[in-house]
Design a protein around this ligand. Structure first.
Ligand code: NAD
Ligand code: DAU
Length: 346
């Protein structure tokens, strides 16, 4: 099939493009606006591949997206394009409302017209997050039936887009599948997110900012496991259904940071212990306490299972960043002095 991937120059989107080209026979048209979070270096391995094409476009730009549909005639879309960083959504929610809500609406509307135009087997896969479910206490997991309770401008915008995708299926019978995934980590992640931020700051001997007491819990999934889940749901998921995706790897933030420090001590030793760089800093406003995903539906119905544990995945990630300085040094050069890796003051 020819799959239109939106946001394919981002962290998860680029992993998906690499997976679709390396491990399947699908063709990929990658549509991306190339915001600060995008990186075409992450797609270098696909350069020149006849099954891969890139188009620079904004998902809010109806004429541009229409033209892509007309020219490439995709068999389906896997929609990942989004503003994705919670801290940025607190500093400036506007872009999140535009891209995540208006952009998703634009794609749904165009896809709906395309299906009515005769492309009956077209499928719309909307990619979302576990953050739409809100925050958990000490026990329990998010299931596909957990009511939505988004707490940040980011998660509220993603929740809105989920509701739009659901409504387009319910009202217009657009063939929609949806996935809600937990925190991803792995190679090629922009170093404003916790794991690459701590890793790169640790390598440079800079302070490592841990929000609040470091007792917030996230459920970590290696990005290639997510990419396999996305391809599987796109191919085999049931129209109108949603699937939670997660790695059964609940870890408190302080434990994540300490584990990265121990890996850096082992793989890139310095005169000091990396954990001495840890600083507890001002908490994120409205910081969700705990996320945990019940992924039993996708495991049971589609046979998906994560291949990496947090231990194997994190070690591979640290090793990748050590071996691929070219990738992140180019980002640091591009964004030096800007938000990248900025720590909130203690
Ligand atoms: P990312 O920020 O790394 O990449 C987002 C990509 O979307 C970038 O390449 C950017 O240029 C592109 N983009 C942004 N606005 C656009 C627009 N208006 N038009 C076209 N392209 C645009 O994000 P990510 O971490 O790879 O997340 C991808 C998707 O997966 C998002 O929808 C996110 O909500 C979801 N998700 C992320 C995680 C995670 O842990 N990172 C977990 C679950 C779900
Ligand atoms: O749960 C899925 C979500 O995971 C995705 O939908 C989002 O797109 C993705 O950004 C991620 O959101 P988080 O807010 O959980 O990720 P982040 O890496 O920003 O933070 C992870 C945890 O670490 C969170 O509890 C906040 C904390 N943190 C983060 C940073 C950047 C710190 O303690 N210090 C930091 O410097």
């Amino acid at each position: 099939m020819r799959i239109l991937v939106t946001g394919g120059a981002g962290f998860i989107g680029s992993a998906l493009c690499r997976h679709l080209i390396s491990d399947t026979a699908h063709e990929v048209v990658n549509l991306d606006k190339l915001t600060y979070a995008a990186n075409l270096d992450s797609l270098k391995s696909l350069d020149g591949n006849p099954r891969y094409r890139f188009v620079k476009a904004d998902i809010c730009d109806r004429a541009a997206v229409d033209a892509v549909f007309r020219e490439h005639k995709p068999d389906g879309i896997i929609h990942l394009a989004a503003e994705s960083h919670v801290d940025r959504s607190i500093d400036g929610p506007g872009e999140f409302i535009k891209t995540n809500i208006v952009g998703t609406y634009t794609l749904l509307d165009i896809a709906n017209a395309y299906v009515r135009d005769g492309h009956k087997s077209f499928r719309f896969h909307h990619v979302s997050t576990d953050e739409v479910y809100g925050s958990l206490g000490d026990t329990g997991e998010f299931t596909e039936e957990t009511p939505y309770a988004p707490n940040s401008p980011y998660s509220a915008s993603k929740a809105s887009s989920d509701h739009l995708a659901r409504a387009w299926h319910h009202t217009f019978h657009l063939p929609v599948v949806m996935t809600n995934c937990s925190n991803n980590y792995g190679p090629f992640q922009f170093p404003e997110k916790l794991i690459p931020l701590v890793l790169l700051r640790g390598l440079e001997g800079k302070e490592l900012p841990v929000y609040g007491k470091g007792d917030n819990v996230r459920d970590w999934l290696y990005v290639d496991d997510h990419a396999r889940a996305l391809a599987l749901v796109f191919e085999k998921g049931v129209d109108g259904e949603k699937y939670n995706v997660g790695g059964h790897n609940e870890v408190a933030n302080i434990k994540v940071v300490e584990t990265i420090c121990a890996l850096l001590d082992e793989l890139a030793p310095k005169a000091f212990k990396h954990r001495d760089l840890i600083r507890f800093v001002q908490d994120r406003p409205g910081h969700d306490k705990r996320y945990a995903i019940d992924a039993s539906k996708i495991e049971r119905e589609l046979g998906w299972k994560p291949r990496e544990t947090f231990e194997t995945g994190l070690k591979a990630t640290v090793a990748w960043y050590l071996e691929n300085r070219w990738w992140w040094e180019a980002i640091q050069a591009r964004y030096s002095g800007q938000r990248l890796g900025l720590a909130k003051k203690a």
